[in-house]
Design a protein around this ligand. Sequence first.
Ligand code: 3PY
Ligand code: MG
Length: 201
Amino acid sequence: LLQALPDETIALVRIPWNDPAAAMKALDAGADGVICPMVNNATEVHSFVEACQYPPNGVRSFGPIRRQFLNKRGDYFAQARENLLTAVMIETSQALEDIDAIAATEGLDLLFVGPFDLSVSLQRPERANFKDPVLLDALQKVLEAAKKHGKYTAIFTVQEADAKFAAELGFNMVSFSSDIGLYAQTIKSVVHQLQDIISAK
Ligand code: 3PY
Ligand code: MG
């Protein structure tokens, strides 16, 4: 997918798990930022952030094989940190308990809420119900910790009303739906239109 993107596109890659090899591979392949899911505490976040940065700030191995051929913004190694976005997903009750220390992590840029996993982890009756007071309280906690430590915030949504609500709450980035979700929505709408045309005959 990274190969198909135009140079000027900013690409964020969500790795499958907090695995240093996955983070380094995504960056070497040309990602501008990495999103790490399911972190539970500041120690895990620190290890993720280290995997994304070269020494002395981290432990990233040197080998930006594809990345250095992209002439995005000059000398890649010299500007590696400046042009990197590190994000962790806040989606477990443990992460919520350690949110202040997570948000304080040096080298971390963004806290990205996963409302589905967070609802599951908090044992809520519904997933990603933006009217659930327990979920709302969790969102506020994340926003406050991020503000206190100068971090950006993001959240995932699948309903237009939730996206609007999240933007109004103050999230800096609101991600909407998924590739399959959008595809299915389009197919459904086209099928409905065609059914209307047929039944009008
Ligand atoms: C979640 O809501 O758990 C997600 O991971 C969304 O991307
Ligand atoms: Mg999730």
